[in-house]
Write a new protein. Structure first.
Length: 286
């Protein structure tokens, strides 16, 4: 054994192993590419402190940010048929569902909770883009109706946070049937004299955009969210024109009168409390 090998063997006993940096210590902003401490990112409501990019968040974070502490009751997911068409592409649909549930810890892409915002009763439904792109299938339709029925029973507004790529192709026509079902449910809210408030988040598109996402009494959007029924390229090829750079953004929709306001996530709780106060003033007086 050479003297160099002897030294290396000796050093291996006295030099401690390098401690690896945890994988979740940093978060890379998808808006500007800045590396932000994960703790700072979460404390800033998943909004980049450099460029103000609003990151995608799930139901648990929404409920925590918006509802009064101690008032949150997450509703159990309603039952819905699984894999009704026995669909298979590169993977079986049942396997995709199992993987999405394992990754998110949720039963499907739409979760409801009841609680209060500054003392005002509400029911909130949140669509989770992390669960198969927030796609709308029978389970999402059942959860939406559950939220409406709960709001009617509680005599409370129903607030929906949309985030979806559209209908779930693995359920075919059954997924598209959730569009008229949700429309009828919204009419039930109106018949009960209760507000339906939609908060559009990034991204909201496809069948969801064509259904309950644009049927609210009030439409609020987070800054620079992508809002679209179909893709930019499809539209440009159809009309044979170049679209504006900000086309299909929250700000474009606001400028053209398609939504009521664009609200920063830090101000969203206060704004919702104000809107609910206005819309429910007559009912409270009665």
């Amino acid at each position: 054994m050479s003297w160099l090998s002897s030294v290396r063997n000796a050093l291996s006993f006295v030099v401690p192993a390098t401690k690896e940096t945890p994988d979740n210590l940093w978060h890379k902003c998808k808006g500007c590419g800045t590396m932000v401490f994960t703790k700072e990112w979460e404390e800033n409501l998943s909004v980049c402190p450099s460029c103000d990019h609003h990151g995608r968040i799930g139901p648990a974070a929404r409920f925590e940010q918006l509802l009064d502490a101690g008032s949150v009751t997450v509703l159990s997911a309603p039952s819905a048929p699984e894999d009704p068409l026995k669909f298979r592409d590169s993977k079986r649909y049942s396997d995709r569902l199992k993987a999405a549930r394992a990754e998110t810890g949720e039963q499907d892409a739409f979760i409801n909770a009841r609680g209060t915002i500054k003392g005002q009763r509400v029911v909130i439904g949140v669509q989770d883009f992390a669960f198969m792109g927030g796609s709308m299938g029978q389970a999402v339709g059942e959860a939406f109706i559950q939220g409406v029925e709960t709001a009617i029973a509680d005599r409370a507004p129903f607030i929906v946070f949309t985030a979806s790529g559209g209908a779930r192709m693995q359920e075919g026509i059954l997924s598209l049937m959730q569009m008229p079902r949700s429309t009828v449910a919204i009419q039930m809210l109106h018949d009960a004299g209760l507000p339906y408030i939609v908060v559009l988040t990034d991204p909201t598109s496809g069948g969801v955009m064509a259904a309950y996402a644009m049927l609210g009494d009030i439409h609020i959007a987070e800054p620079r969210a992508t809002l679209a029924f179909t893709g930019r390229r499809v539209i440009e090829n159809t009309i044979r024109e170049k679209l504006p750079d900000d086309f299909q953004t929250s700000e474009y929709y606001l400028e053209h009168g398609l939504i009521d306001m664009v609200v920063h996530r830090k101000e969203l709780r206060d704004q919702l409390a104000t809107v609910i106060g206005y819309l429910c003033a007559e009912r409270k007086a009665a």
